[in-house]
Design a binder for this molecule. Structure first.
Ligand code: MN
Length: 339
């Protein structure tokens, strides 16, 4: 078993005595946060609990097909803030899924923190804050959704996983491991995915819903960037694109439309760093991606007021496009490009 007997027993015990639950996820929830929370809500309801999901901010419309997602309360929506506060105050149990520190929640963090309910953390990110009475924290899982499957299995309840619940878990699992492409894909994640397919999930359906949802102008924007804007430097190891606000406006983009673009340059053999700069009204936003040991987290921290993970980080610049480009090219001399 992946979790200690003691941990599972304490979860079981607390589930037996406390029936009013709130599930909290991180802002801008991705498919793992949403999938895991929807699955856990279904599971809790099946056990006779009241369970409500609160998301600090709106989720992307692209995920509005996940079963049950309509019931998610969006805290940033002023009209329901009071209701969220009341639910948190009256909750006996608060589950924190797919994040591990309250600062991630911004204003909602203090409210969750001060709520009297017992807190249960279920998460796969590094360096958890030790705020929860019961902590399921394990970075070997590719997704919180993968972890939840194992928790449900440890509770001997896999029979309760119906097709909808399986669809939520599967979607979270495959989006966090890039449809089994990233190095967090393990034999276990494949076994769990297989079990979820046995519950009736159709992998082609999930793939279509996640991967093939561009509007025409978004794909044409990607085409434009790759054809006109992509530059390669450092013997082809570093790729970058810089987009002015005028260009972004021309393609009539919506928020989230440039997501994923920064990964395309890795299709070129030998690229180990990719950067995407987009000009906004007050600043330039930067996304960095890297391969292997190349650390863009440190790079973004040092030069672009940002940070993130070793292979995926963000940052910003207030210098204007031309100077930002020069700063980036200079800073690259500081970045070891071994791989
Ligand atoms: Mn996740």
């Amino acid at each position: 078993m992946a979790f200690s007997e003691k941990l599972i027993t304490s979860l079981n015990d607390i589930l037996r005595t406390r029936r009013k639950s709130v599930i909290i996820i991180h802002p801008q929830p991705d498919a793992d946060a949403l999938g895991a929370s929807l699955a856990w809500k279904k599971f809790l309801e099946r056990r006779g609990h009241e369970a409500t999901i609160i998301s600090p901010t709106e989720y992307t419309k692209n995920l509005n097909w996940l079963p049950g997602v309509d019931a998610v309360l969006v805290y940033e929506n002023e009209a329901i803030k009071a209701k969220c506060h009341e639910l948190l105050q009256n909750a006996e149990l608060i589950f924190c899924l797919d994040f591990n520190n309250f600062s991630r929640l911004e204003q909602l963090g203090a409210i969750v923190q001060s709520a009297e309910a017992a807190k249960v953390l279920i998460d796969h990110h590094q360096q958890p804050e030790p705020f929860a009475q019961i902590m399921f924290s394990d970075t070997s899982y590719c997704a919180t959704s993968e972890m939840l499957y194992d928790i449900i299995a440890a509770l001997h309840c896999t029979d309760w996983i119906d097709e909808d619940l399986a669809l939520c878990l599967y979607t979270g699992l495959v989006t966090d491991n890039g449809f089994f492409q990233f190095n967090n894909t393990t034999p276990r994640s494949m076994h769990i995915a297989a079990s979820l397919l046995e519950k009736g999930v159709r992998p082609d359906y999930v793939s279509e819903k996640i991967n093939n949802i561009f509007r025409e102008n978004r794909l044409r924007f990607f085409g434009y960037c790759l054809h006109e804007k992509l530059k390669l430097v450092k013997d082809g190891k570093v790729a970058y694109m810089m987009l002015s606000s005028e260009e972004i406006k021309r393609f009539n983009l919506q928020s989230g439309d440039s997501e994923g673009l920064v990964n395309y340059p890795f299709k070129i053999e030998g690229v180990v760093v990719s950067a995407y700069f987009s000009e906004e009204t007050d600043k330039i936003k930067v996304s960095f991606r890297s391969r292997g040991a190349v650390d863009v987290n440190q790079f973004a921290r040092k030069h672009f007021e940002g940070g993130g993970h070793r292979n995926a980080a963000g940052g910003k610049s207030y210098l204007g496009l031309e100077k930002t480009e020069k700063k980036f090219l200079d800073a690259l001399n500081d970045l070891p490009l071994y791989n």
